[in-house]
Every structure is written in structure tokens, then in C-alpha cells.
Design a protein around this ligand. Structure first.
Ligand code: FMN
Length: 351
């Protein structure tokens, strides 16, 4: 039925719909629902131990047939003694009248030996990477397991760089997307490209299939992305309000209360640019602040404030990641969302 079968055949899925891995908001229940609807089940691993990931993979495989995608971050860890971290923590302490949060270890670890051993043990059908790729020796070990490798690009240059290093498909992440920008060659947030422009540019530039991500939250978006040259879509924000998502209470409240234009790309919550609801802290310290501690240390600097405010039901200091299409997200079971997006796109495309 679908005209372009490249991603369907590569992963072994029925519909060209990939659940976006969403650290903190995605999880096995969401993955199971999307897999049952014929899409690709993705599990975000950046915040989890290998043991937890292994148990989650087991759950998904037990509950649903079909392939599993494990997603990892590939950032370089900053020096824990980086002076920007201490200066940022002191600045926040003074501004908000709280003692600086005690230094914590990084909350998000990059793909490393332990993560690679996990991939070799659980053998996911797909491995996806954000912020570039693992070092060559680790990437080679992932490929030897037979996993299909995909990774995010936010510019044409990043897409070409990934294709030259042997990825099986490129995720073209437009500026509308919720969560962290996958950018890794470029730091220029102001020139990040929207999905409508990025997808055809990347499709023309790389020989591998393209997965469109960013702003796709219903069948109109899916159909448009496929018309633009994408072989599949990766959808995140549209699933944030589903009962199966792990989206926290203050995050859900922020999504429900925000107005249509109330997202921004900010680096003050973690140290790397990410799109989320404009909360109090983002307004007051950002959205982009050149003094923010490097990723992921900026998250530690507000950990205490975040906990205290969340206890009172406030998202003032919490990341409430969301893409620009967040008003299209519904309180609806994820399986229904996935099936609806696919059915609407098929009707529009006449397939
Ligand atoms: C809450 C949230 C968390 C995210 N976490 C991750 C992540 O852990 N890994 C990743 O590769 N992408 C992550 N992303 C980005 C998605 O992969 C994808 O690019 C984005 O959701 C697509 O745009 P959309 O949100 O408009 O659908 C996240 C997005 C959101 C909304």
C-alpha cells in the first residue's frame, strides 16, 4: 500500500511511523501500543541503567510482536570541574535565594562500553543515536549485532556526515521538534532549519532513506512529510498526553495550559538546546544563555528548585519538552493516536 517501502523493509514494520524515543516521557507501555499499531517501538535509554533497559526490552517483546529500537545519546561528557558549572550554580543560587545545588554526577551518560554490551546482549533490531554517533569501534560492534543504525541530523551537513559513516537511515529533525536538538556539528541555534525545508534538502543530499521528525502530529503532517521525500516519520509530541506515556503531572499540566506559541528552544534547563514549553525559569534565564553550564551539568544546577516546585504542582523549574505542534496532541490512548495518524495520512495520500 505505501509507495516507498524502504524503511518498512529495512526495519520490518507495517506502517512508516516511528515512535520518537523520549527520555523521561517514553517507556515500554507507549512502545507496545505503537508496535501493536504497526509502527516502530522505541525505547529511550539515555536516563536508564542497562539493567532497566534490558527489562523494558523484555516487556515490549513479550507484549508486542515486531522490532525494537533502542535510543542513546552520543554527547561528550564535560569536565566535572568545568568552571562554568560552578559559576552557573552560584548565579542561580543568588537569583533564587537558594544554596547552590550540590554537584551531582552527570544525569545523562553517553553511549559507552556498558551500553554497547547491552546492545550486544539484547540485540535490538534498530539502534538510534542523538548528538552524533558512538566512537567508530563501538559503532562497528553495534553494526556487527545486525542492528540497523539511524541517527538525527539537523542540517544537511550533519546528514551527509552520518551517511558517510554508514547509517542505514537519517532522521531529519526539523526545528519544530520537541526535546533536545540533535545538533552535533553546529552550535548555531538561530539557523536551525524547519522540517518543511530540511526533509527535501536532506533527501536530495544522502543516498539512504530519510525519516522526518519535528512538528508531525497528525495525518496531515505525516502525508506532507512523505510527499516531501521522507520514507517514514518519527513522532514524539503527539504521544505526550497519552495515558501510556510517562509524562509527569507538571509536564502534562504545562501542555494543557500553554498557548499555541508558547514553546522555545532553550539551553538553560540542561546545557544543550532543546524545545519545550516556556516556563518561568526559561523566561527568566533564557531562552538561550551563553553562561549556562555545559550539558548535562545545567540540569543539576536546578535539581533542588525543580523538586521543590514540582512538589507544589509547578513546572516553573522543570523541563516540559514539547514540539511546536503540541496543541494537536490529545488525551487519547497511544494505539488510537498511531492508528489515527496512519489512517488520516493514507486517506490524504490515497494509498
Ligand atoms: C519529551 C521529549 C523527549 C525527547 N527525548 C529524546 C531522546 O531521549 N532521544 C532522542 O533521540 N530524541 C528525543 N526527543 C526528540 C525526538 O526524537 C523527535 O526528534 C521529536 O519528538 C520530533 O518532533 P515532535 O516532538 O514535534 O514530534 C524527545 C522529544 C520529546 C518531545
Amino acid at each position: 500500500m505505501w509507495r516507498d517501502r524502504r524503511i518498512l523493509d529495512l526495519f520490518g514494520i507495517e506502517h512508516p511511523l516511528i515512535l520518537a524515543p523520549m527520555a523521561g516521557s517514553g517507556g515500554p507501555a507507549l512502545a507496545v501500543e505503537v508496535a501493536r499499531a504497526g509502527g516502530l517501538a522505541s525505547l529511550p535509554c539515555a536516563l536508564l541503567t542497562p539493567g532497566t533497559v534490558a527489562r523494558e526490552v523484555e516487556t515490549v517483546r513479550h507484549e508486542a510482536a515486531g522490532p525494537v529500537n533502542l535510543n542513546f545519546f552520543c554527547h561528550r561528557l564535560p569536565d566535572p570541574d568545568d568552571p562554568r558549572a560552578g559559576a552557573w550554580a552560584r548565579r542561580i543560587g543568588e537569583r533564587y535565594g537558594v544554596p547552590p545545588s550540590p554537584p551531582e554526577g552527570p544525569s545523562r551518560l553517553p553511549f559507552d562500553e556498558a551500553a554497547c554490551a547491552l546492545v550486544e546482549a539484547v540485540r535490538p533490531e534498530v539502534a538510534s543515536f542523538h548528538f552524533g554517533l558512538p566512537e567508530p569501534a563501538l559503532l562497528e560492534r553495534v553494526k556487527v549485532t545486525g542492528a540497523r543504525v539511524i541517527a538525527s541530523a539537523t542540517t544537511v551537513e550533519e546528514a551527509v556526515w552520518l551517511a558517510e559513516r554508514g547509517v542505514d537511515a537519517v532522521i531529519a529533525q526539523g526545528a519544530e521538534a520537541g526535546g533536545h536538538r540533535g545538533m552535533f556539528l553546529d552550535e548555531a541555534v538561530a539557523s536551525q532549519i524547519g522540517t518543511l525545508s530540511l526533509v527535501p534538502l536532506v533527501a536530495d543530499a544522502v543516498p539512504v532513506p530519510v525519516i522526518a521528525a519535528g512538528g508531525i502530529a497528525d495525518g496531515r503532517g505525516m502525508a506532507a512529510a512523505l510527499m516531501l521525500g521522507a520514507s517514514a516519520v518519527q513522532v514524539g509530541t503527539a504521544f505526550l498526553r497519552s495515558p501510556e506515556a510517562l509524562t509527569g503531572a507538571v509536564h502534562r499540566k504545562a501542555l494543557a495550559l500553554a498557548g499555541a506559541g508558547d514553546t522555545a528552544i532553550t539551553n538553560v534547563l540542561t546545557g544543550r538546546p532543546a524545545r519545550g514549553i516556556l516556563t518561568r525559569f526559561v523566561h527568566e534565564m533564557g531562552p538561550m544563555n551563553p553562561e549556562a553550564a555545559p550539558f548535562p551539568l545545567a540540569a543539576a544546577a536546578i535539581a533542588g528548585l525543580r523538586r521543590a516546585h514540582e512538589d507544589r504542582g509547578s513546572a516553573d523549574f522543570s523541563p516540559a519538552w514539547a514540539g511546536q505542534s503540541f496543541p494537536l496532541a490529545r488525551d487519547e490512548p497511544a494505539g488510537e493516536t498511531a492508528a489515527r495518524i496512519v489512517a488520516e495520512a493514507r486517506a490524504l495520500l490515497g494509498v
